[in-house]
Design a protein around this ligand. Structure first.
Ligand SMILES: Cc1ncc(COP(=O)(O)O)c(C=O)c1O
Length: 376
């Protein structure tokens, strides 16, 4: 049963809002998927109907990102956090050094590096940053000659630091990338990576699923102690179904990949992402420092934008609280910044439309007009 509550605009960091047409489509199929008389949740994962869903999902993501046959596409459980362990377990043995290079540019890469320390040697490529506002020049990075792999997070969801170009490494290490929050928001040359992984709940569906794109020749090196579900070789040979997979999450991913294709594919999604983030950064940059973004502009995220509201350059929590209340009155939610950073944060995943972003940018301008004068 549906109630008549108007839908909120969810600018949160995830789980994110889904496109309304995807929700309608899911609703239509809720009691009977494809005339089979059951919801997808009620189907056997070994049934032909579900096999078609997972096969279609793989086909669509391969098409969206031009993923070559030399790469496996795995639909796994345990979230992106699970991959913080699975990646070292599967790759640390690639080189005798058993050392992995980690570029720590925010909360999530820091977590990944800490977890990897359990399984091998971790070399921190740059010194610990006091505030994650920038990425030191690559010429200063301390890389390991024979690293098993190089790890980075393409978009730090909490700190709003995005690395726009894939690093070109002099040691030619295998590159592993957490793309959880900017997956499908920009074009990517998959062949530059050993592994790309991303959780579903931001740009391609709901929680419960992590997509792992891994070059096939790297599979088969897992440590002996690797839990069977985290062993890429086992998952590949079982078509991501060594145990019961998160069938509903895979079904939603399939819907989202299909929706992404119908948007015009990755080029169109990247264009939308640029337009949306430009709207918010324009409101910030034209605010005469009423709104503050502290990130080096070269590393500003197009997807997660943390900012402060300030009087005379000093963040003002009272104004920030007022902004959240005003946003809520206009049906916009989840704009509070992460506790590690404070202030506000806008997340512009693919399910957020340009029109919705315009509403928020408009609110920012109106709010500034009212409160900047009051504060003066
Ligand atoms: C960049 C990034 N990596 C990893 C994670 C952890 O994802 P999960 O909660 O699916 O484990 C998140 C969650 O927000 C994230 O933003």
């Amino acid at each position: 049963m549906c109630d008549n509550t108007p839908r909120k605009i969810n600018f949160g960091p995830g789980p994110a809002q889904l496109p309304i047409e995807v929700l309608h489509n899911v609703q239509k199929e809720f009691f009977s998927f494809d005339n089979c008389g059951s919801n997808v949740m009620e189907l056997s994962h070994r049934s032909p109907a579900f096999s078609k869903i997972i096969d279609d999902a793989e086909k669509d993501i391969r098409e969206l990102l031009s993923i070559p046959d030399t790469y496996a596409v795995l639909f796994l459980q345990g979230g992106a956090t699970g991959q913080f362990s699975a990646i070292p377990m599967n790759l640390i043995n690639l080189k005798p050094s058993q050392t992995a290079d980690y570029l720590v540019t925010g909360y999530w890469s820091e977590k990944a590096a800490k977890e990897a320390e359990k399984y091998g040697k971790v070399n921190y490529v740059i010194p610990k940053q006091e505030k994650y506002h920038d990425v030191p020049e690559q010429t200063t990075w301390n890389l390991t000659d024979d690293a098993s792999y190089f790890y980075y997070c393409a978009n730090e969801t909490i700190h709003g630091v995005e690395i726009h170009d894939v690093p070109v490494l002099p040691n030619k290490a295998q590159i592993v990338c957490d793309m959880s929050s900017n997956f499908l928001t920009r074009q990517v040359d998959v062949t530059k990576f050993a592994i790309i992984f991303a959780s579903g709940q931001k740009n391609f569906g709901c929680s419960g699923i992590v997509l792992v794109i891994v070059r096939k020749d790297l599979i088969g090196n897992a440590m002996k102690s690797t839990p069977v579900n985290f062993d890429f070789k086992v998952q590949l040979s079982n078509n991501s179904m060594y145990n019961t997979p998160p069938t509903f999450s895979i079904y939603i991913s399939n819907k989202m990949f299909d929706w992404s294709k119908r948007q015009g594919g990755i080029k169109a999604l990247e264009k939308q992402s640029k337009i949306k983030s430009d709207l918010i950064y324009s409101a910030i940059d034209q605010s005469n420092r009423f709104y503050l973004s502290e990130i080096n502009p070269s590393y500003r995220s197009r997807v997660n934008i943390p900012f402060r509201i300030a009087i005379n350059g000093v963040p003002d929590e009272k104004l920030e609280k007022l902004f959240l209340e005003e946003a809520l009155r206009l049906n916009m939610i989840e704009l509070k910044g992460h506790r590690a950073v404070g202030g506000l944060r806008v997340s512009l995943y693919n399910g957020i439309t340009i029109e919705e972003t315009e509403k928020l940018a408009q609110l920012m301008r109106t709010f500034q007009t009212i409160h900047c004068v009051e504060a003066a």
